[in-house]
Design a binder for this molecule. Structure first.
Ligand code: ADP
Length: 449
């Protein structure tokens, strides 16, 4: 409303100013004509004398309170018609400058004109009220004022109408969004035809809601799975211990029972550690990265696994490049070691024969394959096997919690590496990790051994 009013005011001021200027100019021109005619008739035309001219002017008078005065150069009055303001010699002398001068006294417009005839100079003055100009301008003022008032009111009504229409979908979105909370994450906004910006906003918001819902459900599943995994062994331990304490036992029986408890507690401890590691990986985006050699980390992991599975053959297959720096990536050695350890541990746990760890270096990637010849994963379960607590249907009688692979997946994500799983039931599994190589090193062949 203020903008419209401002524009209209500016426009009206322009109209008023130019209309005032043009009417004033016209009136001044007429006054000048009157002054010049007076001088020409009175001075140049011998047949016309003062009384004749006065008679003519009285009969042709056209403006309100018109005055005409003609003096010689010393302001001595030669002719005067209706002179009031112009009877004052001070007014006459003050305004006699140049050839023509326009002036105004007490709201009356006047003109001075210097008339030359046969080496004599005469001062001619004409003055009058321009009543029609004042009336016209007053009408114009009223017209402009009412136009502004009506236009502003009209614009307010129109803006209100269109603004409410334009805001309607937004108000609807606000209402729906207000109703959404963590318990109602399945609500969605109306996407309409998915065309205008508001509908696009709804589409984007719905996508965000879907992501949130999935994340929320995953979190809920994760918490309930974790509680279940922790509660089951605890309940078993409590029930067993209660039963054990209900009778007198021999020393050997006590030792056996405590050994069983320690074994279960160790299992629980390793589960809790894995859970904490996974939670840390999911939370912490700012894990420190340094330049590290992948082969060194893999060999450390192999060493650790070999201590656990003493008689197992783990065969590394690597053709060392001329420049050791070709095996360098930017990464976190601690996290990578956890990942390799988990993969090698699984390979040992789910197979009986040897395990291969193969390195391939291409222009863009360092690829590491961990393959075994064990029980494999059913084809239809490969896709979901990386989710937390997922275990394949063929490993029910082999210990584990289903956390290791989710850890590996997260570590790979943090290193922008791809993890591919291929497996055939009872033939074996293959885990392929594809690490992107550092660009500058590829270019410079820099040595980081
Ligand atoms: P866990 O080993 O404790 O069961 P993981 O998250 O490490 O948990 O693995 C999830 C599941 O993936 C395993 O239960 C198993 O079904 C399958 N899996 C992983 N590695 C192998 C492998 N090398 N061979 C066969 N199955 C595997």
């Amino acid at each position: 409303m203020l903008i419209v009013a401002g524009i209209l005011l500016f426009f009206s001021a322009l109209v008023y100013y130019f209309s005032y200027e043009s009417q004033l100019a016209k009136f001044r021109q007429s006054l000048f004509d009157r002054a010049k005619n007076t001088a020409t008739l009175l001075i140049n035309v011998e047949e016309v004398d003062s009384s004749l001219l006065e008679k003519i002017q009285r009969s042709t008078i056209s403006w309100y309170s018109e005055e005409v005065v003609l003096t010689d150069s010393a302001y001595n009055l030669l002719y005067g018609y209706n002179s009031r303001i112009l009877s004052d010699t001070k007014v006459l002398s003050e305004n006699a400058s140049g050839q023509i001068k326009y002036f105004s006294v007490s709201g009356k417009d006047g003109v001075f004109y210097r008339h030359n005839f046969r080496n004599s100079t005469y001062n001619v003055y004409a003055m009058a009220f321009d009543r029609s100009r004042f009336a016209n301008l007053s009408d114009l003022r009223k017209i402009l004022l009412w136009s502004i008032i009506f236009s502003v009111l009209f614009s307010v009504l129109l803006s209100y109408f269109f603004a409410t229409r334009a805001m309607k979908p937004i108000s609807k979105i606000i209402r729906t969004v207000k109703e959404i909370n963590s318990l109602k994450l399945n609500s969605r906004l109306d996407e309409g035809k998915k065309k205008d910006e508001i509908e696009q906003l709804s589409v984007t918001f719905n996508e965000l809601l879907s992501d949130l819902e999935t994340a929320f459900r995953n979190q809920e599943d994760f918490v309930s799975n974790a509680s279940h995994e922790l509660r089951t062994p605890l309940s078993v331990m409590i029930v067993e211990s209660d039963y054990f304490l209900s009778h007198n036992r021999t020393k050997e029986e006590y030792v056996k029972h405590v050994e069983g408890l320690v074994r279960d507690l160790k299992n629980m401890n390793s589960l809790i550690n894995s859970l904490l590691e996974l939670a840390r990986l999911n939370r912490d985006q700012s894990i420190g990265f340094t330049l590290i050699r992948l082969d060194e980390i893999v060999f450390t992991a192999i060493q650790i696994i070999k201590e656990k599975y003493r008689n197992r053959k783990i065969l590394p297959k690597i053709t060392y490049p001329e420049n050791g720096s070709e095996l360098v990536i930017s990464g976190n050695s601690g996290m990578l070691e956890i990942a390799f350890r988990n993969l090698l541990d699984n390979a040992c746990k789910f197979s009986d024969s040897y395990i291969e760890v193969e390195f391939t270096i291409t222009d863009d990637f360092i690829i590491i394959n961990v393959s075994d010849h064990g029980i494999g994963i059913p084809v239809n379960e490969i896709e979901t096997i990386r989710e937390p607590f997922k275990r394949a249907s063929n490993v029910r009688f082999i210990g584990g919690f289903g956390i290791g692979l989710s850890l590996v997946t997260r570590v790979m994500e943090l290193h922008s590496a791809e993890l591919k799983i291929s497996s055939r039931i009872n033939e074996g599994s293959r885990f392929e990790m594809k690490f992107p190589r550092i660009k500058e090193q590829r270019k410079n062949g820099e040595n980081i051994d």
